[in-house]
Design a protein around this ligand. Sequence first.
Ligand SMILES: C[S@@+](CC[C@H](N)C(=O)[O-])C[C@H]1O[C@@H](n2cnc3c(N)ncnc32)[C@H](O)[C@@H]1O
Length: 288
Amino acid sequence: MSTHKRIARAIIPRALRSFLKRLAIQTGLMEDPARMDAPLEYPFLGPMQAPTLRPNYRWGILAAARMAQSLGLPAISVVEFGVAGGNGLVEMESLAREAAQRSGVRIDVYGFDTGTGLPKPVDYRDLPQMWREGFYGMDVDALKARLSSAQLLLGEVSDTVPEFIKSAPAPIGFIAFDMDLYSSTVAAFQLFEDALELVLPRVVCYFDDIIGFSHSDFTGERLAISEFNQRHAKRKLSKMYGLQKFLKRTDPWLDMMYLFHAFEHPLYGEPDGWHTLSELPLVDSSSR
Ligand SMILES: C[S@@+](CC[C@H](N)C(=O)[O-])C[C@H]1O[C@@H](n2cnc3c(N)ncnc32)[C@H](O)[C@@H]1O
């Protein structure tokens, strides 16, 4: 059960709870659980109504599950790079369960972290004015006790990512990048440099550390992205455009969503379910 549900149960009497639930469904604040098995259609306006502290994770996971569904793939992986205390990973696990139920696609969840907080920033590209070695430690036992299926891969990502690749996981469909440092993000990008079986043709990516006072195109995650794009002609990371319009909301995370494009992926040209309009017939002038 998610944290907000646990808090609500603790403070709201049972009788009032069911009244408030009905009210929330009627006013559109909460999705009707009876509609949970409705077909998954972009941009997921219905599922996006349900409360969560991580709407960015929910949208990314739903989009990845929908893509896998269109491509006829039975399973995908979703990843959080940078776990810290574990609030994101715990929520990711619950959102993956929800998306798996809706899509029929199995969703394996992985969290990567040193387990001991941030490594030492290497140089100015790691934004040492903001980050210090040891920030964001983890209570490993407490987090493991809260997780039911997500796998925690502890250690330096430069070591754990190659091991993860060797384990031949289901293709990756969504990644939340939240390791703060340029050097760590570059190491995580090994996932995009490897064999194409490792990924869906397009991977939804959320970058947590690309906005704010100290961030720039020349440091941190933004630098890692632009250097990756310079190194590759047929693999690119691009911002997703127009999410505000399609999702009918203005949250800052909509500007932090990217798509990794693997142009040479054998499934790159297969329909992914986003575009369904195939006819634009001439409108009868009398109906105008
Ligand atoms: C800001 S915290 C993550 C917060 C988390 N995503 C959340 O939403 O609560 C950044 C984490 O990245 C991890 N990290 C940074 N560089 C790393 C590296 N090279 N290898 C493994 N973990 C790393 C740190 O241990 C730290 O816990």
